[in-house]
Design a protein around this ligand. Structure first.
Ligand code: ADP
Ligand code: 5SP
Length: 498
């Protein structure tokens, strides 16, 4: 037998999957790590926590799988995107990583537009300069922690740092590089124009590689501490959303995915690099060569539900919290939630907006609130689906992945709000499966990622929308969209009190 490992370096945890050549998940393991939130709008993690968490999860995986380690032929990665890891000339980490959901950089985003020109910036990168992207974070460190910036020799993204620690080699793949805000997406290279306009030395940027590229074998430290073989080949890997797309077979025009992890994502495959969304949706390189995707992002998707649980029902598991939501009618008995807990990206690129519950009634119970949170997250994702449909995309089937796909009622809510069939796969761990597929493709197990995905991915079920609910949600969605505009100036006024 032969196997590969997919490592999904998420925001809440690292999850590792051992997958055989038939695509069966033979064993899985995970390890959580904390978010560090010193102030409103800040979100950091310690890169060392990713490394120790991955070692633990891999050691556990190897132990419980009981397969000879030489049969684990390859390993690859899916990583939370955009997070800035700054390294000095000795490859030592200079500060905590600043994550994708950290929004301290509004000033730096404006600075980028002032220096490069907004239209030109969008033309080069195909994206807006958003607070979550890496370039504004680098500029924030440059302005606010100049003593640290002076020592910086390279920047990498979370999974690139982990891969470096496993191999001693530094690379970044195109799908993750696209999310830095510094890649010239048309040329497929670091943009010298942007680097020189914002005053950065291009030597900070790592070498670019394709996601299925072989980079090295595992180093001794990882072999010793995990029980893996020194012969295991390490492949570059990709951005979590690109890997989620690979792992759910979003590898051709017309395919759409919805992922509810810490963030929420609606992603649609694009063949054509000249497609333009004028920054209204993110537009990034896929983990498949010469392919792209358009994507809308809800910053606090699963994070909103997690926040709700931790704040108001800490003692309950997700299963217990959501046990009765199917008994609450569509619309949560007049309760609406907007998931703007850390600001928003799509369709409102707004770091100041914050969430609300509208319509609270003294008869509301915890199950009504829980359902309202799930509905609000789904309405937010529907704003991207609406945008894609308005641009002519046909979206009648959506592949649903991430922690949110674990709950049956939430899947029905997705079908009803999106008015589309929702397909679930046997493993909802799309990104980890995508990473495993990249390793398999890199090893030459199949001729293309599509061939690998067709052989390996298995549909679990397909849930259809209920027409009566679709109609009710259509009315509620119009009310939901209004909440942003009605609460914007109130939230601007509240900034000083955060
Ligand atoms: N049983 C469940 N039912 C519904 N949602 C869940 C369940 N378990 C976890 N979640 C949601 O999934 C989120 C984590 O999803 P995951 O894809 O693991 O995230 P990430 O990749 O960002 O670490 C949690 O924040 C939570 O909102
Ligand atoms: O910022 C984005 C995409 O642009 C996020 O999707 C991150 O990539 C984090 O993902 P999860 O931890 O939610 O999977």
């Amino acid at each position: 037998m032969s196997y590969v490992i997919g490592v999904d370096l998420g925001t809440s945890a690292v999850k590792v999957l051992l997958v055989n050549r038939q695509g069966e998940v033979v064993s899985e393991s995970s390890c959580d790590y904390p978010l560090i939130q010193e102030k409103a709008g800040y979100s950091e993690q310690k890169p060392e926590d990713w490394v120790s968490g991955t070692k633990k999860a891999l050691a556990q995986l190897v132990k419980q799988a009981q397969v000879p380690s030489e049969q684990i032929e390859g390993i690859s990665f899916s990583g939370q995107m955009h997070g800035l890891v700054l390294l000095d000339e000795n490859r030592q980490v200079l500060r905590n990583a600043i994550l994708w959901n950290d929004t301290r950089t509004t000033k730096q985003c404006q600075e980028i537009y002032d220096l490069v020109g907004k239209e030109r910036y969008i033309e080069l990168t195909k994206n807006l300069a958003l607070e979550g992207f890496t370039l504004p974070k680098i500029l924030w460190v440059k302005s606010n922690e100049s003593h640290i910036f002076e020592q910086a020799a390279k920047f990498v993204l979370p999974k690139d740092y982990l891969r470096y620690r496993m191999t001693g080699q530094i690379h970044m793949d195109y799908s993750d590089a696209a999310g830095t805000g510094m890649l010239d997406l048309n040329k497929g290279e670091w943009s010298s124009e942007i680097a020189s306009a914002v005053g950065l030395d291009e030597s900070l940027c790592p070498e670019l590689v394709h996601s299925h590229k072989y980079v090295s074998q595992l180093n001794e430290e990882f072999v010793e501490e995990t029980g893996l073989s020194a012969k295991t080949k390490v492949f570059a890997g990709g951005a979590d959303n690109a890997c989620g797309a690979i792992g759910s077979g979003i590898l051709g025009e017309g395919k759409t995915m919805c992922s509810i992890g810490t963030s929420g994502v609606v992603l649609s495959y694009e063949d054509d690099s000249t497609a333009t969304y004028d920054g209204k949706a993110h537009f990034f390189n896929h983990g498949k060569e010469e392919a792209y995707y358009a994507m809308g992002v809800t910053l606090s998707a699963g994070y909103s539900l997690n926040w709700f649980k931790e704040t108001f029902a800490k003692e309950l598991s997700f299963e217990d919290l959501l046990a009765d939501v199917d008994q609450v009618p569509v619309g949560s008995r007049g309760l609406l939630f907007t998931p703007y807990l850390v600001g928003e990206r799509t369709p409102h690129a707004d770091a100041q907006i914050r969430g609300s519950f509208i319509g609270m009634d003294s008869s509301h119970e915890i199950k009504d609130f829980a359902r309202a949170v799930m509905e609000g997250i789904t309405f937010s994702l529907n704003e991207t689906i609406e945008m894609f449909r308005e641009r002519g995309k046909t979206i009648d089937t959506i592949y649903s992945i991430g922690g949110g796909a674990k709950n049956q009622e939430w899947i029905q809510i997705q079908a009803d709000i999106f008015n589309a069939n929702i397909v679930r796969l046997t493993s909802e761990q799309g990104p980890g499966m995508g990473a495993a597929l990249l390793a398999g493709y890199g090893l030459g197990w199949y001729q293309s990622l599509l061939e690998g995905a067709s052989n390996l991915i298995e549909v679990k079920d397909e849930i259809k929308p209920i027409p009566e609910n679709v109609e009710k949600y259509r009315r509620l969605f119009d009310l939901y969209k209004n909440v942003y505009y009605q609460t914007k100036s109130i939230n601007d006024g509240l900034v000083d009190f955060r």
